[in-house]
Ligand binder design. Structure first.
Ligand code: CDP
Length: 146
């Protein structure tokens, strides 16, 4: 049973999901395109996903980035940068955003339909899931954009 399933069974309204803003040396941020067949297919998102049983948010994000992008992130590289709360049909999505500036390996789209490095001020060009909009604004503030 996933954390999501257990919390739903217990009637807990929160659905926790973690997301990463990987920032490269040029100040660009990685977005990935959600694959066909999944919810929100075709939209561009910060990489990440749901927590598995017993995981911390940070542990879940490190696992997701290895699975989705084939990169290794040291725990000390995670910078808590923002969150968004978004109503879904029967629960409330709680999306936690971490900025990451250090990792090893080169991101590869193992699960996504595509990857794009984009400037924080140009993210509106890439349609994103509803909950990601507030995260973009918080990311810009965190990185020093107005
Ligand atoms: O990767 P995993 O299957 O664990 O999770 P996911 O399908 O990527 O994310 C679970 C849900 O979180 C999605 O169906 C979206 O409702 C939401 N989500 C989002 O709104 N924005 C993101 N950047 C990532 C996930």
């Amino acid at each position: 049973m996933t954390v999501e399933d257990r919390m739903r069974a217990e009637g807990h309204p929160l659905f926790p999901v973690v997301a990463a803003a990987l920032v490269d040396d040029a100040g660009r941020v990685l977005l990935q395109q959600r694959p066909q067949g999944k919810a929100l297919a075709g939209l561009w998102e910060f990489p990440g996903g749901k927590l598995e049983p017993g995981e911390t948010p940070e542990g879940a994000l490190i696992r997701e980035l290895q699975e989705e992008l084939d990169i290794t992130v040291p725990p000390a590289a995670l910078e808590a940068a923002g969150f968004a709360s978004e109503p879904l049909a029967d629960r409330h999505l709680l999306l936690l955003l971490y900025v990451i500036r250090g990792w090893s390996g080169t991101p590869r789209a193992l699960e996504a339909d595509g990857l794009i490095w984009c400037r924080p001020e140009e993210m509106e060009a890439w349609p994103m899931p509803p909950a990601d909009g507030p995260l973009v604004r918080q990311l810009r503030a965190y990185l020093g954009f107005s």
